[in-house]
Design a protein around this ligand. Sequence first.
Ligand SMILES: Cc1cc2nc3c(=O)[nH]c(=O)nc-3n(C[C@H](O)[C@H](O)[C@H](O)COP(=O)(O)OP(=O)(O)OC[C@H]3O[C@@H](n4cnc5c(N)ncnc54)[C@H](O)[C@@H]3O)c2cc1C
Length: 92
Amino acid sequence: MHAAGLVARQIGILFGAEAARPREVIIQDWATDPFTATEADQANGNAHPDYCPIALPAPWGERITLADAEMAPEFGGYLEGALAAAEGAVIA
Ligand SMILES: Cc1cc2nc3c(=O)[nH]c(=O)nc-3n(C[C@H](O)[C@H](O)[C@H](O)COP(=O)(O)OP(=O)(O)OC[C@H]3O[C@@H](n4cnc5c(N)ncnc54)[C@H](O)[C@@H]3O)c2cc1C
């Protein structure tokens, strides 16, 4: 089935048969939008980047510890990384 047909069918499942007959379907691929994605985005989509803990500058670094999947010492971007970052924050 064509992409527009798949979209209309999905909308119909969610919102009823009336909604499944849109006057127009516009499909926007944000990966090709020059204001959203760059060439680097096209080339590097198979893995999370290597994240690492970020130390905040003074005076915040002594008071606030950032801990999330994007601050993980390893497995950045994954649940395991979020847990590792949380453990590191608790120990710090
Ligand atoms: C669709 C999808 C599939 C995924 N599949 C996997 C997978 O299979 N395996 C895997 O390991 N990882 C997977 N991940 C990644 C994983 O979910 C994340 O890496 C992990 O949840 C990040 O944990 P976190 O604690 O850093 O952030 P989050 O889980 O995003 O937690 C942040 C929390 O902060 C809350 N919050 C945000 N702003 C505020 C605010 N101002 N005040 C108070 N609270 C706020 C949010 O509501 C949220 O509860 C997936 C992610 C997505 C989106």
